[in-house]
Unconditional design. Structure first.
Length: 259
Protein backbone atom coordinates (compact mmCIF):
# COMPACT_ATOMS: atom_id res chain seq x y z
CA UNK A 1 0.00 0.00 0.00
CA UNK A 2 1.42 3.43 -0.88
CA UNK A 3 2.35 5.87 1.86
CA UNK A 4 2.79 9.61 1.94
CA UNK A 5 5.14 11.23 4.43
CA UNK A 6 3.78 13.88 6.79
CA UNK A 7 5.91 16.90 7.73
CA UNK A 8 6.96 15.16 10.96
CA UNK A 9 7.91 11.94 9.14
CA UNK A 10 4.74 9.96 9.94
CA UNK A 11 3.86 7.49 7.17
CA UNK A 12 0.28 7.89 5.93
CA UNK A 13 -1.39 5.06 4.02
CA UNK A 14 -3.75 6.23 1.29
CA UNK A 15 -6.07 4.68 -1.27
CA UNK A 16 -7.29 5.86 -4.68
CA UNK A 17 -10.30 4.32 -6.44
CA UNK A 18 -12.18 5.15 -9.63
CA UNK A 19 -11.35 7.75 -12.25
CA UNK A 20 -12.07 11.40 -12.82
CA UNK A 21 -11.48 14.59 -10.83
CA UNK A 22 -10.44 13.77 -7.26
CA UNK A 23 -12.78 13.73 -4.28
CA UNK A 24 -11.13 13.38 -0.87
CA UNK A 25 -13.27 11.43 1.62
CA UNK A 26 -12.46 11.99 5.31
CA UNK A 27 -13.65 9.51 7.93
CA UNK A 28 -14.86 9.91 11.49
CA UNK A 29 -12.88 9.74 14.71
CA UNK A 30 -10.77 6.63 15.31
CA UNK A 31 -11.69 5.20 11.91
CA UNK A 32 -9.60 4.23 8.91
CA UNK A 33 -10.64 4.54 5.26
CA UNK A 34 -12.97 1.57 5.86
CA UNK A 35 -15.54 4.13 7.12
CA UNK A 36 -16.38 4.79 3.45
CA UNK A 37 -16.49 1.19 2.21
CA UNK A 38 -20.26 1.04 1.81
CA UNK A 39 -20.67 4.21 -0.26
CA UNK A 40 -17.45 5.33 -1.93
CA UNK A 41 -18.39 3.65 -5.22
CA UNK A 42 -21.44 5.96 -5.38
CA UNK A 43 -19.10 8.78 -6.38
CA UNK A 44 -17.22 6.94 -9.10
CA UNK A 45 -19.71 7.93 -11.77
CA UNK A 46 -18.15 11.40 -11.74
CA UNK A 47 -15.14 11.36 -9.41
CA UNK A 48 -12.16 9.33 -8.34
CA UNK A 49 -12.03 8.97 -4.56
CA UNK A 50 -9.01 9.51 -2.34
CA UNK A 51 -9.01 8.23 1.23
CA UNK A 52 -6.33 7.94 3.88
CA UNK A 53 -5.80 6.12 7.11
CA UNK A 54 -5.42 8.84 9.72
CA UNK A 55 -2.27 8.62 11.80
CA UNK A 56 -3.11 6.09 14.49
CA UNK A 57 -5.36 4.01 12.22
CA UNK A 58 -5.20 1.37 9.51
CA UNK A 59 -1.83 0.99 7.80
CA UNK A 60 -0.54 4.42 8.82
CA UNK A 61 2.03 4.98 11.54
CA UNK A 62 0.70 5.29 15.08
CA UNK A 63 3.00 7.68 16.96
CA UNK A 64 2.25 8.13 20.65
CA UNK A 65 2.18 11.91 20.74
CA UNK A 66 -0.57 14.54 20.61
CA UNK A 67 -2.81 14.63 17.54
CA UNK A 68 -4.97 17.53 16.40
CA UNK A 69 -7.51 18.21 13.67
CA UNK A 70 -5.19 20.86 12.22
CA UNK A 71 -2.41 18.28 12.02
CA UNK A 72 -4.79 15.79 10.40
CA UNK A 73 -5.57 18.48 7.81
CA UNK A 74 -1.88 18.90 7.03
CA UNK A 75 -1.68 15.11 6.68
CA UNK A 76 -4.41 15.29 4.04
CA UNK A 77 -2.36 17.80 2.09
CA UNK A 78 0.72 15.57 2.40
CA UNK A 79 -1.30 12.81 0.72
CA UNK A 80 -2.43 15.17 -2.05
CA UNK A 81 1.18 16.22 -2.58
CA UNK A 82 2.29 12.59 -2.82
CA UNK A 83 -0.40 11.93 -5.42
CA UNK A 84 0.43 15.05 -7.41
CA UNK A 85 -3.07 16.45 -6.85
CA UNK A 86 -3.11 20.23 -6.80
CA UNK A 87 -6.80 20.80 -6.08
CA UNK A 88 -9.63 18.49 -5.02
CA UNK A 89 -13.15 18.40 -3.72
CA UNK A 90 -13.23 17.51 -0.01
CA UNK A 91 -16.05 15.67 1.79
CA UNK A 92 -15.63 15.06 5.51
CA UNK A 93 -18.10 13.48 7.92
CA UNK A 94 -18.10 13.60 11.72
CA UNK A 95 -14.49 14.26 12.83
CA UNK A 96 -13.60 14.17 9.15
CA UNK A 97 -15.76 17.26 8.74
CA UNK A 98 -13.72 18.98 11.43
CA UNK A 99 -10.55 18.05 9.60
CA UNK A 100 -12.06 19.26 6.32
CA UNK A 101 -12.74 22.66 7.87
CA UNK A 102 -9.02 23.09 8.54
CA UNK A 103 -8.06 21.84 5.08
CA UNK A 104 -10.24 24.60 3.61
CA UNK A 105 -8.93 27.25 6.02
CA UNK A 106 -5.22 26.37 6.04
CA UNK A 107 -4.93 25.32 2.39
CA UNK A 108 -7.65 27.24 0.52
CA UNK A 109 -6.00 26.83 -2.88
CA UNK A 110 -6.24 23.03 -2.53
CA UNK A 111 -10.03 22.85 -2.04
CA UNK A 112 -12.39 23.27 -4.98
CA UNK A 113 -15.67 22.48 -3.21
CA UNK A 114 -16.31 21.45 0.38
CA UNK A 115 -18.94 19.16 1.91
CA UNK A 116 -19.31 19.00 5.70
CA UNK A 117 -21.45 16.13 6.97
CA UNK A 118 -22.74 15.41 10.50
CA UNK A 119 -20.05 17.62 12.00
CA UNK A 120 -19.62 20.73 14.14
CA UNK A 121 -17.46 23.82 14.67
CA UNK A 122 -15.99 22.19 17.78
CA UNK A 123 -15.83 23.35 21.37
CA UNK A 124 -18.19 26.26 20.71
CA UNK A 125 -20.70 23.97 19.05
CA UNK A 126 -23.59 22.06 20.60
CA UNK A 127 -22.39 18.93 22.43
CA UNK A 128 -24.15 15.61 22.66
CA UNK A 129 -26.45 15.35 25.65
CA UNK A 130 -25.10 14.08 28.98
CA UNK A 131 -27.10 10.86 28.66
CA UNK A 132 -25.39 10.13 25.32
CA UNK A 133 -21.92 10.81 26.71
CA UNK A 134 -22.60 8.66 29.77
CA UNK A 135 -23.87 5.75 27.68
CA UNK A 136 -20.86 5.85 25.37
CA UNK A 137 -18.55 5.81 28.40
CA UNK A 138 -20.21 2.71 29.87
CA UNK A 139 -17.66 0.29 31.37
CA UNK A 140 -19.20 -2.57 29.42
CA UNK A 141 -17.79 -2.34 25.85
CA UNK A 142 -20.74 -4.24 24.42
CA UNK A 143 -23.20 -1.79 25.96
CA UNK A 144 -21.21 1.18 24.63
CA UNK A 145 -21.20 -0.38 21.16
CA UNK A 146 -24.97 -0.88 21.26
CA UNK A 147 -25.34 2.79 22.13
CA UNK A 148 -23.06 3.81 19.29
CA UNK A 149 -25.00 1.67 16.82
CA UNK A 150 -28.24 3.29 17.96
CA UNK A 151 -26.73 6.74 17.43
CA UNK A 152 -25.52 5.78 13.96
CA UNK A 153 -28.57 4.01 12.49
CA UNK A 154 -32.31 3.70 12.96
CA UNK A 155 -33.61 0.42 14.49
CA UNK A 156 -35.43 -0.48 11.27
CA UNK A 157 -32.29 -0.13 9.19
CA UNK A 158 -30.20 -2.17 11.65
CA UNK A 159 -32.81 -4.92 11.60
CA UNK A 160 -32.48 -5.14 7.82
CA UNK A 161 -28.69 -4.68 7.82
CA UNK A 162 -27.19 -6.78 10.64
CA UNK A 163 -23.59 -5.86 9.80
CA UNK A 164 -20.71 -6.02 9.93
CA UNK A 165 -20.49 -2.26 10.33
CA UNK A 166 -17.47 -0.23 9.28
CA UNK A 167 -18.16 3.00 11.20
CA UNK A 168 -17.60 1.82 14.77
CA UNK A 169 -13.87 2.52 14.93
CA UNK A 170 -10.76 0.74 13.73
CA UNK A 171 -10.61 -2.43 15.88
CA UNK A 172 -6.84 -2.69 15.45
CA UNK A 173 -6.08 0.77 16.88
CA UNK A 174 -3.80 0.78 19.90
CA UNK A 175 -5.23 2.36 23.01
CA UNK A 176 -2.95 5.38 22.91
CA UNK A 177 -4.06 6.25 19.37
CA UNK A 178 -7.73 5.89 20.24
CA UNK A 179 -7.31 8.26 23.19
CA UNK A 180 -5.41 10.76 21.08
CA UNK A 181 -8.09 10.72 18.39
CA UNK A 182 -10.75 11.36 21.00
CA UNK A 183 -8.83 14.35 22.38
CA UNK A 184 -8.12 15.74 18.90
CA UNK A 185 -11.80 15.75 18.03
CA UNK A 186 -12.87 17.08 21.44
CA UNK A 187 -10.43 20.00 21.27
CA UNK A 188 -11.34 21.07 17.75
CA UNK A 189 -12.18 24.77 17.55
CA UNK A 190 -12.55 26.35 14.13
CA UNK A 191 -15.22 28.87 15.14
CA UNK A 192 -13.17 32.00 14.47
CA UNK A 193 -11.76 30.62 11.22
CA UNK A 194 -15.01 29.43 9.61
CA UNK A 195 -15.79 32.83 8.01
CA UNK A 196 -12.46 32.53 6.16
CA UNK A 197 -13.60 29.46 4.20
CA UNK A 198 -13.76 30.54 0.56
CA UNK A 199 -14.69 27.25 -1.11
CA UNK A 200 -18.35 26.75 -2.03
CA UNK A 201 -19.69 24.69 0.86
CA UNK A 202 -22.54 22.26 1.42
CA UNK A 203 -23.53 21.29 4.97
CA UNK A 204 -25.44 18.00 5.32
CA UNK A 205 -26.94 16.60 8.51
CA UNK A 206 -29.60 14.20 9.73
CA UNK A 207 -32.51 15.68 11.68
CA UNK A 208 -32.33 12.83 14.24
CA UNK A 209 -28.59 12.99 14.94
CA UNK A 210 -28.06 12.94 18.72
CA UNK A 211 -24.38 12.02 18.51
CA UNK A 212 -23.58 15.35 16.83
CA UNK A 213 -26.73 17.43 17.38
CA UNK A 214 -28.36 18.88 14.29
CA UNK A 215 -28.07 22.42 15.69
CA UNK A 216 -24.41 22.29 14.69
CA UNK A 217 -25.35 22.17 11.02
CA UNK A 218 -27.11 25.52 11.38
CA UNK A 219 -24.10 26.99 13.18
CA UNK A 220 -21.76 25.91 10.38
CA UNK A 221 -24.05 27.15 7.62
CA UNK A 222 -24.39 30.51 9.36
CA UNK A 223 -20.63 30.92 9.92
CA UNK A 224 -19.38 29.88 6.46
CA UNK A 225 -20.05 32.50 3.78
CA UNK A 226 -22.60 31.35 1.24
CA UNK A 227 -22.87 27.83 2.64
CA UNK A 228 -25.87 25.73 1.65
CA UNK A 229 -27.65 23.58 4.24
CA UNK A 230 -29.49 20.33 3.57
CA UNK A 231 -31.13 18.32 6.33
CA UNK A 232 -32.18 14.70 5.84
CA UNK A 233 -35.40 13.97 7.75
CA UNK A 234 -35.16 10.96 10.05
CA UNK A 235 -31.43 10.40 9.54
CA UNK A 236 -29.04 9.71 12.39
CA UNK A 237 -25.25 10.12 12.47
CA UNK A 238 -24.37 7.66 9.68
CA UNK A 239 -26.79 9.32 7.26
CA UNK A 240 -24.34 8.83 4.39
CA UNK A 241 -24.80 5.06 4.60
CA UNK A 242 -28.40 4.53 5.71
CA UNK A 243 -29.71 7.39 3.56
CA UNK A 244 -27.22 6.92 0.74
CA UNK A 245 -29.96 6.94 -1.92
CA UNK A 246 -30.54 10.59 -1.03
CA UNK A 247 -27.18 11.67 0.36
CA UNK A 248 -24.80 10.48 -2.36
CA UNK A 249 -26.74 12.08 -5.26
CA UNK A 250 -27.14 15.24 -3.18
CA UNK A 251 -23.37 15.50 -2.74
CA UNK A 252 -22.64 14.63 -6.37
CA UNK A 253 -25.11 17.20 -7.63
CA UNK A 254 -23.39 19.85 -5.54
CA UNK A 255 -19.91 18.83 -6.69
CA UNK A 256 -20.78 18.64 -10.38
CA UNK A 257 -23.00 21.73 -10.66
CA UNK A 258 -21.66 24.41 -13.02
CA UNK A 259 -19.36 26.92 -11.38
Amino acid sequence: MPHAIAPDGTRLAHQVRGSGPPLVLLAGQANSHRWWDAVRADFHTARSTVTLDYRGTGDSDKPDKPYGTEEFADDVVAVLDALGVGRADVYGTSMGGRVAQWVAVRHPHRVRRLVLGCTSPGVRGVPAGPEVRAALAAPDPAAAERTLLDLMYTPAWRAAHPGPYTVLGDPAMPGHARRRHRLASARHDAWDALPDIAAPTLVVHGTDDRFNPTANAHLLADRIPGARLRLLPGARHAYFEEFRAEASPLVLDFLTAPE
